[in-house]
Write a protein that binds this ligand. Structure first.
Ligand code: ZN
Length: 246
């Protein structure tokens, strides 16, 4: 870690101290430090195993047409049962316990913020932990998906169980989105981590922020760094655990 990073983290810690209405917005980079790869990042193994790009497989129409293939990809690339919360999740949990952090807004679907103990977590893209029978509406946990006897998990009524995860071609939950906007509007400090900020909906959400403490934490530089009041390029777990000591 460079000395300029240390100065920036000191600045971050100072802002955290003087703020009382902090909101965190997190992208895939928060989960990668728990060993969960961004499913959009393609690698050789992936290319050999699947005939379609992830954006196609993780779409509503593909789920309907080719449910079995959807679930093959989903179990393989989107469910990481052994993943544990990392230093970033734990620091955010502490910040909420201190009464400073009001909400975590996340694009991740892994449920790790809740596992770390965070309470107010807005999951813009849903969660792998919640699943619903498409026929009768019965709710299921992750176990019903992972340990299903057949490739396509089925409800006791015979209906197909679908993850409560927002697929491509599906719209985000309006109620969750509105709540997220309200938190951001009222925040005196907004921390954005693990996302380049250029992807929808992150880019749009930032515009609702009215304060002067917009912090961007990302491993690499982003095109939005110039719009941030503080941009830190380092691992988010390291940054947050130093700024929010135990
Ligand atoms: Zn059912």
């Amino acid at each position: 870690m460079e000395s300029s990073d240390r100065e920036k983290i000191a600045k971050l810690a100072e802002w955290l101290k003087e703020s009382s209405n902090i909101v965190f917005f997190g992208g895939a980079g928060v989960s990668t430090e728990s060993g969960i790869p961004d499913f959009r990042s393609q690698d050789g193994i992936y290319n050999q195993k699947y005939e379609y790009p992830p954006e196609t497989i993780i779409s509503h129409s593909f789920f309907v047409r080719n449910t079995e293939e959807f679930y093959r990809f989903y179990r393989d690339r989107m469910v990481y049962q052994n993943a544990k919360p990392n230093a970033a999740h734990m620091a955010l949990m502490r910040l909420e316990k201190q009464g400073k952090l009001k909400a975590v807004i996340t694009q991740n679907i892994d449920g790790l913020h809740q596992e770390a103990g965070s309470r107010e977590v807005l999951e813009l893209h849903g969660s792998i932990m919640r699943n619903t029978c498409m026929k009768c509406g019965k709710k299921y946990g992750l176990d019903a998906i992972v340990n299903a006897p057949d490739p396509v998990p089925r409800c006791s009524c015979g209906g197909i169980i679908k993850p409560d995860v927002v697929l491509y071609e599906e719209s985000l939950d309006d109620a969750v989105m509105d709540k997220a906007l309200r938190y951001i509007e009222n925040a005196d400090m907004l921390i954005i981590g693990g996302t380049s900020l250029v992807v929808y909906p992150a880019a749009g959400l930032v515009r609702y922020y009215n304060g002067r403490k917009l912090v961007l934490i990302n491993k690499s530089a982003t095109s939005q760094d110039g719009n941030a009041d503080l941009a830190i390029h380092a691992k988010i777990g390291e940054v947050l655990s130093q700024a929010v000591p135990e």
